[in-house]
Design a protein around this ligand. Structure first.
Ligand SMILES: [Zn+2]
Length: 478
């Protein structure tokens, strides 16, 4: 028994407190006297220019590498130089990811276009999608993500201020001391309500300049223990596009259909028009920097919007299932592609992946148990008799078992299977899809045996039932 218990413990990490990082934003840097922050402005200008050089390098000739050897001349110190390289690597990384996603989406659209062309279902006048190369990222607002090597936050004990920010500047050996006063609101955030003591603030801080003012962001780690009882009701969660979330108690949250899909369509159209305009202007000899941008701000907005909708859906799901624990599917890249393809690539696989991420994040934040379970065949398995077959899915929405004729919404059937898998150690021990299928079919055979046992015994049972009167009259004496 013991090894089994240990295994489960390792898998679910029950009761292990998890640490999440929380940010305290919008702390304004006070300029005690005019010109006090000049040194910071000078530093920020130099830092922005240097970071931009590495961003461009990491987006064009080299892959992002925060540990790369310094190669551009600067008046910044070696330590500041490293901070710039690391920040540039982070920016370039997310640019590469977004661009790769957009390119994949373009390829999907192209395949779809060619398929429609081949089978004659192309809408009249529909043009073949074209790829427009993205502009390189341009840093406009000063933003510094600094570590303790260049900026130190120190508690002030001998002044009316709360903290001192010690910033190393362009002048060698010269530290800029900026006093920090926290508002009552910030004080509350920075105090642990359990102990009443001040929280331990992380050593890296962020400085932003907006509308002529400097703003500081601090962060701290918060430990959250899982509160869920082991015997709490289990809710299975299926992730999809028609419904972002379907729970095993038959509720649904969020959808990509309707409003989001309409926005997506408009965005695609806008991009096409822009690309056309760009070509036209290019021919007329308009300078490159005056051409409309191709990185599609509306596309980025749409991604943000989809994510907001996902966050909202996941939040609501957790709110409506207080005191429950969750079993959700481990989405592989392949299964994400499969789910996304089923909806004509309307939604990027990366966005679909945001749903399980958000489930995990919500669970951690709330101290709720949410456990990933193996999802192989969860959409093809019959929840009632365990029969597995592709034919059980006559279409995307419907589940209809070929053996027992159990019929349900496909996402509901899948979420019920996922819920049942939470404490299914036998299934968890399976090494691959083939083993899982074999196990499920073995269970189906068991179900069939039990079922036929009832059929065989029915006449004998009827003899028993003869002694009862039946209100509904469905059972009648022979
Ligand atoms: Zn069945």
């Amino acid at each position: 028994m013991k090894p089994k218990e240990r295994k489960r413990k390792k898998r679910t990490k029950k009761g292990d407190p998890q640490t999440i990082t929380k940010a305290v934003t919008h702390i304004r840097l006070e300029a005690a006297n005019p010109g006090k922050l000049d040194a910071l402005d000078q530093l920020a200008g130099e830092f922005l220019a240097l970071t931009q050089q590495y961003v461009t390098l990491f987006c064009t000739d080299e892959l992002p590498d925060g540990f790369r050897a310094p190669s551009f001349p600067t008046s910044l110190s070696e330590r500041w130089h490293r901070v710039a390289i690391q920040q540039a690597a982070g920016i370039a990384k997310s640019w590469h990811t977004n661009r790769a996603n957009a390119y994949q989406e373009y390829l999907n659209a192209l395949v779809e276009h060619q398929e429609q062309q081949a089978n004659g279902t192309l809408v009249e006048g529909a043009k073949e999608p074209e790829w427009q190369e993205w502009d390189l990222p341009t840093l406009r607002q000063p933003c510094i993500q600094a570590n303790a090597n260049v900026i130190k936050l120190e508690l002030s004990t001998d002044s009316i201020f709360d903290y001192w920010l010690k910033i190393s500047t362009l002048a060698k050996g010269h530290l800029l001391l900026v006093p920090i006063t926290c508002s009552a609101y910030h004080q509350e955030q920075l105090t642990d309500p359990k102990t009443g003591k001040r929280r331990k603030i992380n050593s890296s801080v962020t400085l932003n300049k907006r509308d002529g003012a400097w703003w500081l962001t601090l962060s701290y780690g918060e430990e959250i223990a899982v509160q869920t009882a082991p015997d709490a009701p289990v809710i299975g969660v299926d992730v999809g596009i028609a419904n972002f979330i379907t729970t095993s108690d038959g509720k649904t949250y969020g959808t990509f259909n309707g409003r989001l899909r309409e926005r997506h369509r408009r965005d695609q159209e806008k991009r096409r028009r822009k690309a056309k305009l760009r070509k036209c202007l290019e021919k007329k000899g308009v300078a490159r920097e005056k051409l409309p941008s191709t990185s599609s701000a509306t596309g980025q907005r749409l991604i943000r919007h989809v994510r907001q909708e996902i966050n909202r859906a996941v939040n609501l799901c957790f709110e409506e299932h207080e005191g429950c624990q969750f079993a959700y599917e481990q989405l592989s890249v392949a299964s994400m592609r499969h789910k996304a393809r089923a909806m004509n690539a309307y939604m990027r696989a990366s966005n679909l992946g945001h749903i399980p991420d958000q489930i995990a994040w919500n669970a951690t934040k709330r101290g709720v148990a949410a456990i990933k379970v193996k999802s192989a065949y969860s959409s093809q398995e019959c929840y009632v008799c365990h029969y597995v077959a592709r034919e059980n899915r006559p279409n995307q929405q419907t589940f209809c078992c070929q053996v027992c004729h159990h019929t349900a919404h496909a996402d509901l059937n899948a979420s019920q299977n996922l819920a049942a898998r939470l404490h299914d150690e036998e299934l968890h021990a399976c090494q691959n899809r083939a083993e899982i299928k074999a196990l499920l079919m073995k269970r189906h055979e068991q179900w069939k045996q039990n079922f036929s046992l009832v059929v065989v015994q029915a006449p004998a049972q009827l003899g028993l039932w003869d002694h009862f009167t039946n209100d509904s009259g469905t059972l009648q004496r022979a």
